[in-house]
Design a protein around this ligand. Structure first.
Ligand code: SAM
Length: 215
């Protein structure tokens, strides 16, 4: 996600360690204590400006959510969204980290679902390993989910969707649900991401799948 450099972002992030957890490796295995309950924990890898993860957290107060985003200048918009919400969003935390390192932040089975939304497509074959649905990332998700844990993925990018269907199937995951045009019959529970709004307004179909690791 492109975002203008925001020199003030790092200071605002540092001022809110209760929302953007500064050293998530110290919370590994203790996320339920961090949230103060035993509710399920869902993460979004590549959460961008946070529209989806904030919306999900507000809509589902009995689920805990963690948004993972690489860049200060992007994640800071989600932080501002939390700060602007009266009473805050107690069931949401944000991590300014690389999703490649999630095994350092979560222990086996600690996370109940992984969301991937409009992940960077990395269209060149030599960059395939960077795609968040590459086998190496599926292995990471499997390591932090319980047996039968699920990955839910949305994208406007047909090439990435085709690649992901193959990657997920070859990994041995079970496809539970596949839509080639989510908005043709948009489910009432769908929370739009920033990219989803942008691309669907242009009339592009939104692809979506739910896949499950073998129990
Ligand atoms: N999910 C948002 C949406 O649908 O509007 C943002 C989509 S944007 C195309 C992809 C985001 O994923 C970018 O903000 C990028 O910085 C982030 N990202 C890409 N690779 C990542 C990684 N390995 N770890 C964390 N964030 C990542």
């Amino acid at each position: 996600m492109r975002s203008r450099f925001k020199p003030w972002a790092a200071d605002l992030i540092d001022a809110h360690p209760e929302i953007i957890i500064p050293q998530p490796e110290t919370v590994k295995g203790k996320w339920h204590e961090e949230f103060g309950n035993d509710n399920p924990i869902h993460i979004e890898a590549g959460s961008g400006k946070g529209r989806f993860i904030l919306g999900m957290a507000k809509a589902n107060p009995h689920i805990n959510y963690i948004g993972i985003e690489l860049f200060d200048s992007v994640i800071v918009t989600g932080l501002q969204g939390v700060l602007d919400t009266p009473g805050g969003i107690p069931n949401l935390r944000l991590l300014r980290v690389n999703a490649q390192e999630i095994e350092s932040f979560f222990s086996a089975g600690e996370i109940d679902r992984v969301y991937l939304n409009f992940s960077d497509p990395w269209p060149k074959t030599r960059h395939a390993k960077r795609r968040l649905t590459h086998e190496s990332f599926l292995k990471l998700y499997e390591a932090i989910l319980p047996a039968g844990g699920e990955v839910h993925f949305k994208t406007d990018n047909r090439g990435l969707f085709e690649y992901s269907l193959i990657s997920i199937s070859e990994y041995g995951m079970l496809l539970k649900d596949v839509s080639l045009d989510l908005h043709a019959n948009e489910p009432e529970w769908n929370i739009m991401t920033e990219y989803e709004e942008k691309f669907s307004k242009k009339g592009q179909p939104i692809y979506r799948l739910e896949a499950k690791f073998q129990a």
